[in-house]
Design a protein around this ligand. Structure first.
Ligand code: ADP
Ligand code: ZN
Ligand code: ZN
Length: 816
């Protein structure tokens, strides 16, 4: 008798044993997929964990339905890495697998299938069963796997479906994404008719009574003489200060010709178009230091101010690594926000770059997966967000974690609640690879690791090209209000600087870290604000749709005319968001193009790229936005960055709030003045004496680090202590209270005063679930694995208590 242990993509911590025959046992290897029956009628795809001949005690094993792969689709390194993640982050291996594999690899009964869009198949070549499924999909847009079962009148259908996916007849159902239409840029040129001097003179004479049109034409000549490149309508219009209609009448008359060239950022021709840049002296020194440090350390932190040219150093290191035939992983916080960087790297490395993106279709993701697994040159350098850590690297030599301080490297929900930055170190160890973390504002944890010798540290203090760091000015808006020097949300200083910057033909970025129009509506008579019925938060006002909405559960109602509590019509709005900033700007700068970048305006797959593109093409003069603006963007012409209000960042109730504020403000500031001219940053605040703001204004990371580290030491937080957060949720408040109290009591013995709570978080109810947290702080000298084992044991006893069976528990290790 032979057996296999199988991992299923579910939260249970054990593996499941199935029986196989002798041939199957000889064929199967860890990392192959098998289709297996589970429960009464369910079918799952499982991953073979090991093959053995030890019959399990206590139950009859079932046999597998099918073997789905000829070779393992998961490497042994991956399995080892995932086991580490499951153990460290206290979840099941199945949960890691579910997060790691593209969903097409994991068919289960819940999966829906649909006809493939790229279908071109000879119907005759299908087997009878395949044809039946194909035919059913002609009449129905999608089918559940259970429906396929009844169509074929058999239980085991996974292999039929897999075959149909393989030959591209069907796809796994996913949400439909917006199609990308490449952006066309409009250009103008003089009609060929007028290229002879004779005709041109006549034309100009005939235009004496249309001075505006003549002006446009003259400016076209000026621009043409300055550049050999095609001239955009935008540039011409701007240069000649003309209206769109003047330009149009010239085109209508046949004097000018309009033409379009596709400007495509996502699609890539595969050609290498740019040579790698020569490094500056400072960059060369940093580069050599990094290489030298790698001789001793596995991880190096590159601390380089914004625009110091870190990316060019990465490029150099990547070039060297791939020359040796090894694979490189380049991890970024949010792949959707990095079209600029991808384009840049594609220009250097051409087809060697593969992007792994959660918004890609299932097929595209499977393709990238297989290219990496088979070590195709096409995927030698992989760019991706945190989940790219799970890809099947065979020969990984180098991992870059860019913007390592970003919180989005940590997955908050669902499990596995892993930190990709920290987990990358373990992955690198398995491959004997090196890790380079880069940031202008490193996390306290990483900087501490570097200072204490665990990581190497390399510093770049100057911007590339000796561009000065932006000049940062704090504006006291309490004082400004008192002196009546505010126009709505804008201080006179900010308006002054904006006018000057725009007057110089430069662009302005305004940062406000809340979206929507105004967070809350409040009755000035009785003080009541409308609350979400499902969550403990006030509803926020969205002017554009005249609605009140909940950001946590999506609840929305029409804005009311009078107070729901007292009926008076004295409703007022408190606080402000990006939408209000945008609205106030319009009358203040009626002749400038204003745009907004936040979650509401960047929903579509390409909405974000379009905004970036418009900013690059200088079709936007003022951009108002949230955090998204801070993500490593590189623009040429931003003269001024304005922070509308720094205070709500600083006052956030979290031990990392000050560190985060510093990072965010430095990063946003870093968007200003990246070429030649020194940029300017204005930060409006009610509290200009706040230490963090002072440190931001003089660009003093070291001082911030020193002070925050002291706080962390005094209040027992990372990097001195490790934290594990346990979150309890239930519909019944009494129950979640009782359950968390029981748990906290059980934790007292080993952790004593280092158990914080149970206590509800600032928002104590979301989607009708009451929430209570316990935070455990574990000193560095207390064994982490023993602590986790203890918590697991407490959880096991907890699970046997009937009264608590409805209470959900999430465990978040190294919570962010
Ligand atoms: P960082 O990643 O540190 O913010 P970047 O690598 O984006 O900085 O560099 C900032 C700007 O300087 C970019 O526009 C980049 O093209 C330019 N730059 C950096 N290094 C060089 C170099 N060695 N030669 C030419 N331009 C460079
Ligand atoms: Zn009222
Ligand atoms: Zn809600």
């Amino acid at each position: 008798m032979f057996f296999i242990d199988v991992i299923l993509p579910i939260p249970l911590k054990q593996t499941f044993t199935y029986s196989v025959n002798k041939d199957e046992a000889a064929f199967l290897q860890p990392g192959m997929r098998v289709a297996i029956p589970f429960g009464k009628s369910k079918v799952f795809t499982g991953i073979v964990y090991q093959v053995h001949d030890q019959a399990p005690v206590g139950y009859e094993t079932k046999s597998i339905d099918h073997i789905l792969d000829e070779n393992p689709i998961i490497t042994t390194h991956q399995l080892k890495h995932w086991e580490w993640i499951a153990k460290y982050y206290m979840c099941s291996l199945g949960e890691v697998i579910k997060a790691a594999l593209p969903s097409a690899f994991l068919l289960e009964s819940e999966t829906m299938i649909k006809l493939s869009t790229e279908i071109n198949i000879e119907e005759k070549s299908l087997t009878d069963e395949e044809f039946l499924v194909f035919e059913a999909l002609q009449n129905q847009t999608s089918l559940h796997i259970n429906e396929v079962r009844s169509i074929l009148d058999k239980k085991n259908v996974v292999s039929v479906i897999n075959k149909l996916i393989d030959i591209k007849v069907v796809d796994v159902e996913e949400t439909v994404y917006e199609q990308y239409t490449p952006k066309l840029v409009r250009y103008v040129k003089l009609s060929p008719e007028y290229t002879s001097e004779e005709n041109l003179r006549q034309l100009l004479d005939s235009m004496s009574r249309a001075p505006k049109q003549r002006e446009v034409l003259m400016n076209l000549f000026v621009l043409s003489s300055q550049t050999k490149k095609p001239i955009t309508t935008v540039a011409l219009q701007k240069k000649s200060n003309a209206s769109a209609s003047t330009l149009k009448s010239l085109i209508d008359k046949g004097v000018l010709e309009e033409y379009f060239i596709q400007k495509d950022r996502v699609e890539f021709s595969g050609e290498v178009t740019t040579a790698i840049k020569e490094l500056s002296e400072a960059q060369t020194t940093a580069y050599q230091e990094i290489k030298a440090t790698f001789a001793e350390k596995d991880v190096v932190l590159l601390h380089g101010v914004t625009s110091s040219g870190k990316t060019e150093i990465y490029v150099r290191l990547i070039e060297q690594m791939i020359a040796t035939g090894k694979q490189v992983l380049y991890m970024l916080p949010e792949i959707a926000l990095t079209t600029q960087l991808i384009t840049r790297l594609q220009k250097y490395f051409g087809e060697k770059i593969a992007v792994y993106h959660s918004k890609f279709s299932v097929n595209e993701r499977v393709e990238v997966w297989n290219n990496i697994l088979n070590e195709k040159p096409k995927a030698q350098v992989v760019i991706g967000a945190r989940s790219s850590l799970f890809l099947p690297f065979k020969n990984l030599g180098f991992i870059i974690v860019d913007e390592e301080h970003e919180a989005s490297f940590k997955q908050y929900s669902p499990s596995p609640r892993y930190n990709a930055r920290d987990s990358s170190i373990v992955l690198a160890k398995l491959h004997k690879a090196k890790v380079l973390m880069g940031s202008a504002t490193p996390s306290l944890e990483s900087y501490y690791n570097a200072k204490t010798g665990k990581f190497g540290l390399v510093t770049l203090k100057k911007r590339f090209g000796n561009v000065l760091m932006p000049e940062i000015e704090l504006v006291d808006i309490k004082e400004k209000s008192r002196k009546k020097q505010m126009t709505g949300l804008f201080s006179d200083r900010l308006l002054e600087e904006m006018r000057e910057t725009l007057g110089n033909g430069e662009q302005v970025i305004l940062f406000q870290n809340r979206r929507g129009y105004s967070p809350v509506v409040e009755c000035t008579t009785c003080g009541v604000s409308p609350q979400c019925p499902n969550c403990d938060v006030s509803l926020t006002f969205h002017q554009y749709k005249n609605q009140l909405r909940c950001h946590y559960c999506g609840y929305k109602i029409a804005m009311m005319l009078s107070c729901i509590a007292c009926g008076s019509e004295t409703l007022d709005t408190k606080g402000f968001g990006t939408e209000q900033v945008e609205n106030e700007l319009k009358p203040l700068f009626p002749n400038h193009k204003i745009a907004r970048m936040d979650q509401d305006t960047t929903r579509g797959k390409h909405a974000y790229s379009k905004l970036i593109e418009a900013l690059e093409n200088e079709e936007i003069d003022i951009l108002v936005g949230t955090q998204m603006l801070a993500k490593g963007l590189d623009f040429r012409n931003i003269g001024l960055v304005g922070v509308m209000n720094a205070d709500n960042l600083l006052n956030f109730p979290d031990f990392r709030a000050h560190e985060r504020s510093f990072q965010l403000l430095q990063q946003v500031s870093g968007r200003a003045g990246r070429t030649q001219k020194r940029g300017k940053v204005l930060i409006q605040t009610y509290n200009p004496y706040h230490q963090i703001l002072k440190q931001v204004s003089v660009n003093d990371y070291a001082e911030m680090y020193k002070e925050q580290l002291e706080d962390r030491y005094n209040f027992k937080y990372p990097p001195y202590y490790r934290t594990i957060k346990i979150v309890f949720k239930d519909k019944n408040f009494k129950k979640v209270q009782k359950a968390s109290a029981w748990f906290a009591q059980a934790l007292q013995v080993p952790f004593k005063e280092n158990v914080l709570g149970p206590e509800p978080p600032p928002i104590g109810r979301i989607k009708n679930m009451y929430i209570i947290n316990i935070l455990i702080k574990i000193p560095k000298d207390q064994s982490l694995s023993k602590s986790k084992k203890f918590i697991n044991n407490v959880q096991r006893s907890f699970n046997t208590i009937k009264d608590f069976s409805s209470v959900r528990i999430n465990i978040d290790v190294d919570n962010y």
